[in-house]
Design a protein around this ligand. Sequence first.
Ligand SMILES: Nc1ncnc2c1ncn2[C@@H]1O[C@H](COP(=O)(O)OP(=O)(O)O)[C@@H](O)[C@H]1O
Ligand SMILES: [Mg+2]
Length: 677
Amino acid sequence: MLLGKIVGLTTTKEFGFIAEARIKKLDYVSIKDSEGKWVLGIIDRVIAERGKTKGYVKVIGYRDKRGFLQTPRIPFSPDTPVYAAEGDFIKKILGISDKGAYMGLLEGYDIRVYLPVEHLIKKHIAVLAKTGAGKSYVAGVLLEEFAENGVPAVVIDPHGEYHTLSKENKNQKELRFMERFGIEPKSYQKQVKVFGINKGKPIKLNSKLSAEEIISMLPKVTEAQKGIIYSVVKSMEKREYTLRDVIDEVLSAKSNAKWNLASMLESLANTRLFSANPTGTDELVKKNQISILDLSEAKPELQSIVVMKIADELFAERKRGKIPAFILVVEEAHNFCPERGFGEVPSSKVLRTIASEGRKFGAGLMIISQRPARVDKNILSQCNTQIILKITNPNDLRAVIDSIEGATEGLKEEIKDLPVGVSLVVGVTEHPLVVDVRTRRTEHGGEGIEITEREEKEGGVLLFKKVTKEDDIKRIYKGVEDIVLINYPLWRVKTKYKGRVLFLYIDGITGEFVFQKNGFLERTKNIRLFAEMSPSERAVIVYLLNQKAATIEKIAEDLKMPVSKLKETVKVLLLKKYIETDGYMFSCKFDLDVPDFYQTQVALKPEKRSLKGITLEFMVPSSVAEKTLSVLGIGAESIEEVYYPYWIITRKGSKFAIDAITSRIEIDLIKWISRLL
Ligand SMILES: Nc1ncnc2c1ncn2[C@@H]1O[C@H](COP(=O)(O)OP(=O)(O)O)[C@@H](O)[C@H]1O
Ligand SMILES: [Mg+2]
């Protein structure tokens, strides 16, 4: 179909034409060059000018005899007719293959875009976009394709959103789009295997750790402590040993530095992640298997340790040819391989190694992040394929543009304007492709969908209504440079206490109790730690809190605990510095400030509303909140999500959290919130 004729100045790379038919940005056009070859172009801009529509075309080129993409050497002549390009021609010139991972349709066309599977394993992929733009969704699409093509994948899943690959997509809205993409609902239950902390098959890490591994897993290690670790590990090198053995050896060291070290190792061992029977690499990487490592119940530090240890072993075994080629998918990559300056975490090193050497050995990496500016630049630049969805943050845009070879400023504008679910695919073909990501065959497990579904069903989520307005805050705190509203997650637990119905709140991020005192929200400090102790440890703590001080014999008698068992418990508690002793009497140092539930009930009532602002995700699942309650002897009748509003302001470059109901500055809160934003 004729679209119009070329006018004005032309070069070999671009030209304009007056439209005689309807044209849109990103439409493909074909033109014959002066040598008679058909050339493909794409409409880059459309401008309406004095009643006329003018299209500006970027020339893509033609394929030469050897199949290479070439651009004409002579500019197009004025008056050359511009035609709408035909599907087959577009495919041929762009180099879109006919098989591989079916990702979606070329935006505006009925042309399926397949990514070559080989390419995906051999060259790393980055999926980059702001929150809610569709990263996890497109990652889900690719995982479905890996399953279709038998490509083994291991998914680092910090939010527990990928297990739904085993469920058919039943979302009504999405079912309607399936026909357009030519797909049908399907479950990959047989191929998906979930490993987790408390769900799926338990993840177990090899307990025989090298000195370097131990050091990188601990938060802060002094030189003296490093010395102890090296000598202890060296002394055991020749035999099998576990983390427990390391602790015992550390305790028999001479140096005083051992106490803190043993206590740190103790908390590592208490995670119960380490075992002499670790999860095998051959269990994780198998032909036709997608392994999901659901880390949603682990704290961030622990998540990074798991990634470090597992990625390390997978890569080592792959190098030795013990497991097939695979792809490692890392969600929230900024947390697992942060850019220097944003902190070093245990998993940084191995991910850097896989990024630079993985391709040689058939260990592919798929990095997913909403903060490209905070992902290790070296890793990003090793990703030859980029799937970019909408990004608006200038720093993140800069980082993305910098990581793409030959990217133009125009590309930046394009990325800002991408609608949800539409992606720019760079690096698969010579020219970036704009792909309308297909609907998933399986259910999407991401957060977004739950919130929208709930809103539709029940007209909102439970929310405490903010009292202060943006303007109020700006008036109270002068010189505010930036202000955002956040919705802070809390678990609302309905319970009966002393015969009356009571609503209690548990912080959805820290797992601590939230209560009200003098009108302000307060949080307990150590409930989470307390709940994680063993029953005998808890018994001793509670006893000593009530008794102030007691001897071993007295404690044993009152708690009806055998002295030998008690001694073991006491040893651990001493190590953790939760109790102390003068050698005879034991007393409690653990600060357990359980409030009187009845006196400190949160008096405010949440209402059903729709969420505005930034919503922080729950990091403590309801099951853990319930467990904490049960430790304190409270049963839950029901438990539901609610959100509490805070303003986050930036003043003189520092961030503050302000309770949006009481207007109080929350000093402690900002420390952990800012890590999440
Ligand atoms: N290609 C798509 N088709 C249909 N819906 C999509 C698509 N991409 C994203 N969405 C919708 O947008 C929401 C957010 O996408 P998600 O992938 O979870 O975002 P994020 O980038 O934060 O990982 C999803 O819940 C889904 O409803
Ligand atoms: Mg996501």
